[in-house]
Each structure stands twice: as structure tokens, then as C-alpha cells.
Design a binder for this molecule. Structure first.
Ligand code: 3PY
Ligand code: MG
Length: 256
């Protein structure tokens, strides 16, 4: 059968080898925007079905728009079996589970993300296996090829970080600085020392444990600093903000 499998792009191996990979958040329900971001050369796209107004078909259209050139990780809105398997079935290269604060939550996310024997992911005909045409191939490689990312974005997760890094099947511990700041009672103040100390602590524990640390930032400078600190799977900016900032700047420049 011609054509590569969606999950056969070795993205997980690149992530797990500690390569610095730069993505951006897709929040708009526009295949054209996803295509533009893919063409811009991002290493991966962070499709945000937690905050973005997406149903599964919308996510499928975004992934199709990238032509499977750019790996897409989908942030699920809830840690539910149905969301996890649907997102993997429409062709995500992995899932990002928000607000994972306990080992039990992390294990549940892994369980729904992996076919037996590693987990209990359900099986159905879907785009990810070219609608059944590559069914056996896909089943044979999915556990190895798809990423499972958990978000560390609550002070409880920071408190539990030494246990969270031990959970088998979790590939990346990805910090959400904004929710972390909220859980510390200082919403949005991501540069506050309390937030930055938690970020440094999570990074230190990930490195000791040999786990891949990820993080998101809005400004390129911030994300460059995170890369210098040692984060490797990073997200910079949000599609809607790129549009609004560039549009406002163009208008200001002409009016000036
Ligand atoms: C946050 O900062 O809370 C995020 O989830 C960004 O990924
Ligand atoms: Mg968050």
C-alpha cells in the first residue's frame, strides 16, 4: 500500500531523543490556518481541543490540512477514553492531556492511549489506519509511534513530580505556565519567582529521571530562554495572537 502511515513519521523518536522541536498552538477552526502554520515550518502543531472550539471532525480537518507533513499533537479537553481514541483515530501523532496532577490520572491517560498489552485503547476503522487499508500495520506500530504527553500545570502536579516522572508510557511532561500560575493564585504572572521556581524544579526532576521536558510560552524570547534552560519540546505563540499582533502592527505602522 502506498503512502506513509500517519504515525510512521518517527516524531516520537525525535521527541524522545531530546531534539529541540518547536511547535505552536492552533486554536482557530481553520484548516487554512493549520496549513499556513505547517508551511511555515513548525516541527509540530499543538491543536488545542481543550480551549479551542473543536469537535472531532474539526480536528480531523486540521490534521488533513497539514497533509500529514507536520505532526499534530492534540490537547484533549478531558481525560476520557472517547476523546483520546477519537483524536488518535483521526490521525493525531499523539495526545496532550491537560492538568495531570496524580499518578492515577497519568496511568489512566496512558492506558487509553495504548493498545494492549500496554493499555486498553479501543480499535475501530478510522483515518489513522487509512480507513482500514493499513489496519494491521497501524496496530503493529501505533504504541511505539504515538506520543503521550501529560501537562504539569498545577501546584499539586509539581508536588507530585517525583512520582509523575516514573509513570511508564508518559513520553513528555509538558509545563503549562499559565495554569500553573493560576493554581498558585497569581493568574497570568508566569514570570513571578513562584512560577519560575516551580518550572525549574520540574525541569530538574525530569532531567534527573531522564524524561523529556516540554513547555509553552507566548513570546519567542521566553521560549528561547526555556530552550537554553533545557526544555526540548516547546510551543511558541498561538495562531490567533500571531494574526491579531501582525494586523495591529501593520495598522499602527501605516497610521504612523
Ligand atoms: C498553560 O500555560 O496553562 C498551557 O496549558 C499552555 O500549554
Ligand atoms: Mg494549561
Amino acid at each position: 500500500m502506498s503512502g506513509p502511515l500517519v504515525c510512521g513519521n518517527n516524531f516520537r523518536r525525535r521527541v524522545c531523543s531530546g531534539e529541540v522541536l518547536v511547535g505552536t498552538i492552533v486554536s482557530l477552526n481553520s484548516p487554512q490556518v493549520a496549513e499556513i502554520l505547517s508551511d511555515a515550518g513548525f516541527d509540530w502543531l499543538f491543536i488545542d481541543a481543550e480551549h479551542g472550539a473543536y469537535d472531532p471532525l474539526a480536528v480531523e480537518a486540521l490534521i488533513q490540512a497539514t497533509g500529514d507533513r507536520t505532526p499534530c499533537l492534540v490537547r484533549i479537553p478531558v481525560h476520557e477514553e472517547a476523546w483520546i481514541e477519537k483524536m488518535l483515530d483521526v490521525g493525531a501523532s499523539g495526545i496532550i492531556a491537560p492538568q495531570v496532577n496524580t499518578v492515577a490520572q497519568a496511568r489512566q491517560v496512558v492506558n487509553y492511549s495504548k493498545y494492549p498489552p500496554q493499555g486498553e485503547r479501543g480499535v475501530g476503522i478510522a483515518r489513522a489506519q487509512r480507513y482500514g487499508v493499513q489496519f494491521e500495520n497501524y496496530l503493529a506500530q501505533a504504541n511505539d509511534a504515538l506520543l503521550t504527553v501529560i501537562q504539569i500545570e498545577h501546584k499539586d502536579a509539581v508536588d507530585n513530580i517525583r512520582e509523575l516522572v516514573t509513570v511508564a508510557g508518559v513520553d513528555v511532561l509538558f509545563i503549562g505556565p499559565y495554569d500553573l500560575s493560576t493554581s498558585l493564585g497569581i493568574p497570568g504572572q508566569v514570570d513571578d519567582p513562584a512560577v519560575q521556581e516551580s518550572i525549574a524544579e520540574v525541569l530538574g526532576v525530569c532531567r534527573e529521571a531522564g524524561r523529556v521536558p516540554g513547555i509553552f510560552g507566548i513570546a519567542p524570547d521566553t521560549v528561547s530562554r526555556y530552550v537554553e534552560m533545557g526544555f526540548t519540546l516547546v510551543g511558541v505563540g498561538v495562531d490567533a495572537m500571531f494574526l491579531s499582533q501582525a494586523a495591529s502592527q501593520a495598522l499602527r505602522d501605516v497610521r504612523a
